[in-house]
Structures are given as C-alpha cells and as structure tokens.
Design a protein around this ligand. Structure first.
Ligand code: CTP
Length: 410
C-alpha cells in the first residue's frame, strides 16, 4: 500500500528526526511532500527536505502560487504533522491558515496524524490539553508524546516518539481509512457500462419502429452501481434526461446500430456490461430518404421489409474483449413456467453470466411499476428472484454482480 503523503514539520528541536521519517516513507514507496512551518526552517532548512523528498518544500501559502495548498491537500492521502509545537496545536485547533501547513491541514480531507513534542509543563497545561481534546474530537489522530530526556535538560513527557513509531501510526490511520472507504465503496475502480432505453429504427425521416422501454431500470442500475463507487457509463437510447443519475458518463445511442458501436468500442475498458436496453431485434432493411406518402388512388399500404440487427449482448459475451461480468435482460410473456423456460434457453444462448428475466404483458414490467426479476446464471439456473421497485431491484442486481466480481459472498 503506497500513498501520497504530506509531512508537516513544526518548529521543534526534534525536527531533525523527521529526516528519518521522510526516508522511511520514501523507502516504503510513498510519495512524500514536506511542508515545513516557516519557523521550523531555523531547525532544518528547505534544502534538506527537497533533497530527501525530491519535491519543493514550500512553507508559505504564496510561495508557489495561491492555489498550491488546495492542490497539495487534494492530492494528499495522509498528512503527518510532527513535531507539533504547542503553538502549532493551538493554530490547528483554531483553524488558522497563516502558513502553508495549517492551510493544507484545513483543506485536507484525508487522515491527519499529529505528533506533539514540547516541554512537559506545556504539554500538561490546560490550554494544550483542551487543544488536543478538540483536535481529537474532530477526527485528527493526536499521538501522545514519549517520556524521556527533553531538550531543556529535564526529564518527562514531551519527547517526539521515534521515527518508526510515527511511521507506523501514520500508516495505520491510512489503512483504517482505506478499509472504511472500501466498505462504503466496494465497487471503487470498477468500470460499469449500462445500456438503457429503447432503440428506434428509422422507417423514413418521421417514422420509426420503437418499443415501450422507458429506460428506468437501466438508469436505476446505473445509480445503484454509482452509489457503491463504480465508474459508470450509461449508453442511452431515447431516455427522459430526468431519469439519468448525476455523476455518470452519458453516451447517446438512439438506434440498434449506434448502440452496437457505442458498446463494442468500449468493451476493452469495461469490467461489467449490463444490457438493460430494449434493443430492436429487427430494423427496416432500408430507410427512406423522403417521407412515405399515401397513394390516394388506392387502399394499398407500403410493405416494410425488416432485417435482423446484431445481438449486442451475445456478441459482447463472446468477444475477445469480453468484460469480466456480462448481464442481460429478457422480457418474456406468458405463465411463470413459460417465462422461466424461455429465460433458461436464452441464458444459455446469449452467454451472459447473469440474465434478469422479467415477465411483461398487461400492466407488467414497463414504466413506473414494481418489477419481479428472475435472475438466471449462465446455465439458466435461477440464483435469485427479486421483487420491488426498479430501484430496489437494481440494488439487488448490483449485489449479484458483486458476487460475480468476488467483492461479496452470496
Ligand atoms: N439485446 C441485444 N441486442 C439486440 C437485442 C437484444 O443486446 N439486438 C439484449 C437486450 O439488451 C437484453 C437481451 O439482449 O439484455 C435480451 O433481449 P430479448 O429481445 O429479450 O432477447 P432476444 O434474443 O431478442 O429473444 P426474443 O426474440 O425471444 O425476444
């Protein structure tokens, strides 16, 4: 586990020990930027930090341009402040931003570990005690100083802990944050492509063959995946923009041909494909350039010849760029037994890892209604039946995807 670490150095005699801390972090493969307070430069100069870390060691907010502190804080995955003097603790507690280090700590959202070092009397003073309590309440890890010889010649509590203790404490805080993040965002780093809506196949410039899919289910799957931290691309065929969750990447693909292109060109960069769109199985063999007119002299109607479209799901499932998990949907009519039997046959034929079979027909399945989905595995075996709103069904479906990805047990 490596990280981008900011080491904030305060104006204590123990600042020299931080050279060892920086070296140890660098040896561990971490990217370290040192931010010394201006007063600490009397103890160890910026040249030392720059040579050790390989990065500039600024101490003032305006040294490297006004936006620097925000950039440093945004990139930081861990901030370790040591030695923290009584003055630095007080400034951190007050939320002051009068140098680059305090400003960076204010702007940081990552774990912050502070190691105070000072004379025993200062450490035990009620003002310092209160500052430490408040900082801890805010979620900052404030380590207790070690006991031993102090620079004043006295002995007592107030020494900066040894470098290895500081490094261990800092990395522990980082590990805790990362495992908490992993629990909240189990799909972090997983790239999911979801198709939604119903394609329209042009007959002439004003007419098309379409279907009644609203795109609600696909958008709900996208939202459920997004909530778990996935990187979601939504390929949309004629979906009300109000249904599209914020934070997904949107690609418009209104026809079967454009959807085929949108999906197949992205397979290589996709971990999970969810084909929730109702893609036309047939399209007019030719699209008329001009609107088809009635012939007033006869009752004849035009004959439209159809041709098959590519089965995007089957093609993707059998592609050399096949995503790790491929999920299809099937809308079937008839009794539950019929629906399941057709679903089973389709699961085997399509090659998806999961086929969500939906019973449709009079008032079932389309639009703003509850759904029942039978989830079949690649062999057509039913692994779950899920019922509820499209949102709750989507969450359950994404859980099944997690099982297949190995981030959740069934
Ligand atoms: N699908 C697809 N490309 C198509 C048609 C469908 O990728 N040209 C996908 C849908 O997105 C869905 C699944 O295939 O995930 C099932 O579609 P469906 O139309 O029910 O299956 P078909 O194979 O067309 O079977 P049937 O003719 O029985 O309807």
């Amino acid at each position: 586990m490596t990280a981008t670490v900011v080491v904030g150095v305060g104006a204590g005699i123990a600042a020299y020990k931080m050279a060892q801390v920086v070296r140890d972090l660098m040896r561990g493969g971490h990217d370290v930027t040192v931010v010394p307070t201006p007063a600490s430069l009397s103890f160890v100069g910026a040249a030392t930090w720059e040579a050790l870390s390989g990065h500039p060691a600024h101490s003032g907010v305006f040294e490297a341009g006004g936006a620097d502190h925000v950039e440093i804080a945004r990139r930081a995955e861990l901030v370790l402040v040591a030695p923290a003097t009584a003055d630095l603790l007080a400034r951190l507690r007050l939320g002051m931003a009068d140098d680059l280090l305090t400003t960076t700590v204010l702007a940081a959202t990552c774990p912050v570990v502070v190691a105070p070092a000072m004379h025993t009397a200062m450490w035990q003073d009620p003002a310092t005690r209160e500052n430490v309590r408040v900082l801890r309440q805010r979620g900052i890890t404030v380590l207790d100083p070690a006991e031993g010889a102090l620079s004043s010649g006295d002995t007592g509590v107030g020494r900066l802990p040894d470098p290895e203790v500081l490094v261990r404490a800092a990395l522990e805080a980082l590990g805790e944050r990362r495992s908490a993040d992993a629990q909240d965002h189990p799909l972090h780093g997983v790239r999911i492509l979801v198709t939604a809506g119903g394609t329209r196949e042009a007959i002439d410039p004003v007419r098309f063959l379409g279907n009644r899919s609203s795109g609600r289910q696909g958008c709900a799957v996208a939202a459920a995946a997004l909530a778990l931290g996935a990187e979601v691309t939504l390929v949309l065929a004629n979906v009300d923009p109000g249904l599209v969750p914020e934070g997904v990447r949107v690609v418009h693909a209104p026809s079967a041909a454009s959807m085929e292109e949108a999906v197949t060109s992205r397979l290589g960069g996709t971990d999970v494909l969810v084909m929730a769109a109702a893609v036309a199985d047939f399209r007019p063999r030719e699209t008329r350039e001009e609107k088809i007119k009635k012939d007033p002299s006869t009752d004849d109607a035009p004959v439209i010849t159809l041709e098959r479209t590519t089965d995007i799901l089957a093609e993707s499932a059998h592609s050399p760029h096949r995503p790790r998990v491929v999920v299809g949907f099937a809308a079937e009519t008839g009794s539950v037994e019929d629906v399941l039997a057709r679903g089973r046959e389709k699961a085997e034929r399509k090659g998806a890892d999961l086929l969500a079979v939906n019973a449709v027909g009079a008032g079932l399945g389309f639009g703003d209604v509850d759904n029942t989905l039978h989830l079949l595995d690649a062999h057509g075996e039913e692994v779950a039946t899920i019922t509820g709103s499209k949102e709750s069904v989507a969450r359950d479906l994404v859980d099944q995807v997690r099982v297949l990805l190995g981030t959740m047990s069934r």
